[in-house]
Ligand binder design. Structure first.
Ligand SMILES: [Cu+2]
Length: 451
């Protein structure tokens, strides 16, 4: 089982925690005897998990060793627009870019990936994705498994498609342009159905749907529930018992799983049912909903010293964003896609030179996203604190509480969110977009500035 390496960075003489990322080419042996060309951060495929601490001054130096432009977007981080790593912060081939910021997120599992307009989907499929593990000293009392790779396991789930010669196939079909790119192989941390040697105790799974377009519904093969204790932007006030967890592209969840009573040596599978936002698309080229074994937990290690004996009854969750009566309401209509693969927001396709909205800084507004298309779209808003208020007027379920950065808007649904903008105004645009990367690349994206 390949583990995502945890990188704690180095604190320099000025007290700034510094990290270095090299965006590079490499090869990965996905299949016997074939070296597949891939991209990675500090390696051939994927990237490290950068361990950030709330309140710390942080500097991430990115060296682009590719022969094409890229950007590095810190998905979920509440940082100034200038260092967000969106499509305006292009890193030329051979160039270096530095993101300097103070970490302002609660404890959470965020991630980083390219946001290069028009080539995000390809660069992610080629392997560019890493994790951001945020710790918050004020939440340190939460008793949760936290030994990396031992009882705290990060899983990057992605699908890929290969050419007959074993290279990554990113030749988009008409179906890919409509539904988003789907592969026929599901990889976990870059491996097909890996086996993890798990301890007989409670463990924590950090789940990232890093697919371009596939929605994943995850469950345990032994029928045991998962206790979801965090969604993508932080801890829930109390864990929610779930038989399955559905994640759209870009979304994360954290779950506690109990292996205490699993017989030693036995496998517990993590199963993934896969679909696109529009229709069920089976793995292996078939259609119809299908379920595959994403990975296996081989419960073979003894209970580790310091393991928790029961999940915490309450956790130090970050406060949600609440909107007051009279707050400005903005509407976003998700459209298109009927006879073409052109998706729009408020009737428009993304234009790098057009600012769609100017929003006051340090303000809470109500944003309503209505999906008039025939498929679901996961919406991601950059650089704001955000909480779900309602789905079609009804309060969201408990596992959707707290801070969010990405949320699903189902076909014909309206999702209402409270959005709190950055403290300091900035003329640099921030993005709001569909996280099906082929929709994003084709222009299902808008940008706002703070004034
Ligand atoms: Cu979309």
């Amino acid at each position: 089982m390949p583990l995502i390496p945890l990188d704690g960075g180095v604190v320099d003489a000025a007290g700034i925690r510094t990290f270095a990322l090299s965006v590079q080419t490499g090869t990965t042996p996905f299949r016997n005897g074939v070296n597949t060309n891939t991209l990675g951060y500090n390696g051939s495929l994927l990237g490290p998990a950068l361990k950030l601490r709330r309140g710390e001054k942080t500097s991430i130096r990115v060296q682009n060793q590719l022969d094409e432009e890229t950007t590095v977007h810190w998905h979920g981080l509440l940082i100034p627009a200038e260092v967000d790593g969106g499509p305006h912060q292009v890193i030329a081939p051979g160039a270096q870019w530095k993101a300097n910021f103070t970490v302002n997120n609660p404890a959470s599992t965020c991630w980083f990936h390219p946001h290069t307009h028009g080539s995000t989907g390809r660069q992610v499929v080629m392997g560019l994705a890493g994790l951001l593990i945020v710790e918050d000293p004020a939440q340190a009392g939460s008793e949760l498994p936290g030994t990396w790779g031992v009882d705290d396991l990060a899983l990057v789930l992605q699908d890929k498609r290969f050419t007959p010669l074993g290279q990554i196939d990113y030749a988009l079909t008409a179906g890919d342009r409509l539904n988003g790119y789907t592969g026929d192989v599901l990889l976990v941390n870059g491996a097909t159905a890996p086996v993890w040697q798990a301890p007989r105790q409670w463990v924590r799974l950090r789940l990232l749907n890093g697919c371009n377009a596939r929605f994943l519904t995850l469950r345990l093969g032994n029928g045991a529930p998962m206790l979801q204790m965090a969604n993508e932007s932080g801890l829930l006030a109390a864990a929610v018992t779930r038989q399955s967890i559905t994640l759209a592209p870009g979304e994360r969840a954290e779950a506690l799983v109990d292996f205490s009573n699993v017989a030693s040596g036995q496998d517990v599978s993590l199963l993934a049912a896969t679909a696109t936002g529009g229709m069920s698309m089976g793995m292996g080229g078939g259609t119809g909903a299908s379920e595959v074994t994403a990975m296996k937990c081989r419960v073979s290690l003894p209970r580790q010293p310091g393991a928790i004996t029961q999940p915490p009854s309450a956790m130090a969750s970050a406060p949600a964003v609440a909107a007051s009566v009279g707050a400005t309401v903005r509407t976003f209509n998700l459209g298109g896609g009927m006879m073409s693969s052109q998706f729009t927001i408020n009737g428009r396709v993304f234009d790098m030179g057009r600012v769609d909205l100017a929003v006051p800084a340090k303000t809470i507004e109500i944003w309503k996203f209505t999906n008039a298309t025939g498929m679901a779209h996961p919406i991601h808003v950059h650089g704001v604190r955000m909480s779900l208020l309602a789905r079609d007027g009804a309060p969201p379920p408990a596992y959707e509480h707290g801070l969010r950065d990405t949320f699903i808007v189902q076909s014909m649904e309206t999702v209402t969110v409270a959005v709190e903008t950055a403290e300091v105004a900035s003329p640099t645009p921030l993005m709001f977009h569909c996280h099906i990367l082929e929709h994003e690349d084709a222009g299902m994206m808008g940008q706002f500035i703070t004034v």
